[in-house]
Design a protein around this ligand. Structure first.
Ligand SMILES: CC(C)(COP(=O)(O)OP(=O)(O)OC[C@H]1O[C@@H](n2cnc3c(N)ncnc32)[C@H](O)[C@@H]1OP(=O)(O)O)[C@@H](O)C(=O)NCCC(=O)NCCS
Length: 245
């Protein structure tokens, strides 16, 4: 039994109670429970208290009972994580004034140590948040997007900032926010979305390309990318993105 427990803990379980060993990659306390029950069946069978073998069907052996019990154990052991996954629904809500403190306190870290805090200004949270969104509570925002419809060119929507907590990356949150933004501004009559990023932000460039953005021609080229030189001040070159809705 100790060996079975160890085997089950190591993630691999093989049942030897039948005529031939059966097994699989199983790991769970349910497997141990299954083994205990299976052992009870085997002992009962040994003393012929439980007629597990049907005379008409010789293949019906204790091993099959073990397999069924272990399989059920495995399915049961997966249920909590499946339920947790299903319950973790990401709800998009409008960015609020109350989000400012938390978001501004984490952005430098989210941007890998780059000092971007000054660019996430309070006015976006207080006065320009009609088309800006967040996921998660104000004291633990998981992702946010700051975007607006251009006042001078109402057919253009602009995304100023998007950030996702490192722990929740590659989970589709930024895509969710972008697609929500596209729907909202599209319904408001926008036909294009623009955005910019630093030349060094290769993750952002890859992300935007994945979402169907193209790089606008620039006044220069850095690392093979078209860039608008000095776009955000002396030496502050930017890659500019465009997407048609
Ligand atoms: C860029 C960033 C917003 C992406 O957020 P995310 O939630 O991890 O992205 P998603 O999971 O929604 O990814 C959407 C698509 O982009 C791709 N993508 C995202 N990050 C990528 C990366 N670093 N490299 C390559 N592709 C990437 C994903 O593979 C995914 O493609 P798919 O849907 O075809 O599978 C996030 O990495 C971040 O917050 N970075 C720091 C802040 C920043 O640089 N913001 C952008 C400039 S304002």
């Amino acid at each position: 039994m100790t060996a079975l427990v160890a085997a089950s803990r190591s993630g691999y379980f093989t049942c030897f109670c039948g005529p031939t060993p059966c097994g699989g990659a199983l790991s769970s306390v349910y497997v141990v429970a299954g083994c205990l029950i299976a052992l009870a069946f085997a002992l009962a069978r040994l003393f012929e208290d439980v007629p597990l073998q049907k005379k008409s069907n010789r293949k019906m052996s204790c091993c099959y009972v073990c397999r069924s019990i272990c399989l059920s154990g495995c399915i049961l052991s997966m249920l909590p994580s499946l339920i947790e996954k299903t319950m973790t629904t990401h709800t998009i809500r409008t960015l609020e004034s109350g989000d400012y403190e938390y978001v501004s306190s984490v952005v430098d870290e989210w941007w890998g140590g780059r000092p971007v805090r000054a660019l996430v200004h309070r006015i976006f949270f207080d006065h320009l948040n009609a088309t800006s969104y967040a996921i998660g509570p104000s004291d633990a925002v998981q992702a946010f997007l700051i975007g607006f419809v251009s006042q001078s060119k109402p057919n253009i929507a602009y995304i100023h900032f998007v950030g996702v907590t490192p722990a929740a990356r590659a989970d589709g949150l930024a895509r969710m926010l972008y697609e929500h933004f596209f729907n909202v501004v599209g319904a408001r009559g926008c036909t294009e979305v623009h955005s910019i990023t630093s030349v060094v932000n290769t993750a952002s460039i890859a992300f935007h390309r994945k979402l169907g953005f193209t790089l606008l021609p620039g006044s220069g080229e850095i690392d093979g990318l078209p860039v608008a030189l000095n776009y955000a001040g002396e030496g502050q070159h930017r890659v500019r993105f465009h997407k048609s809705l």
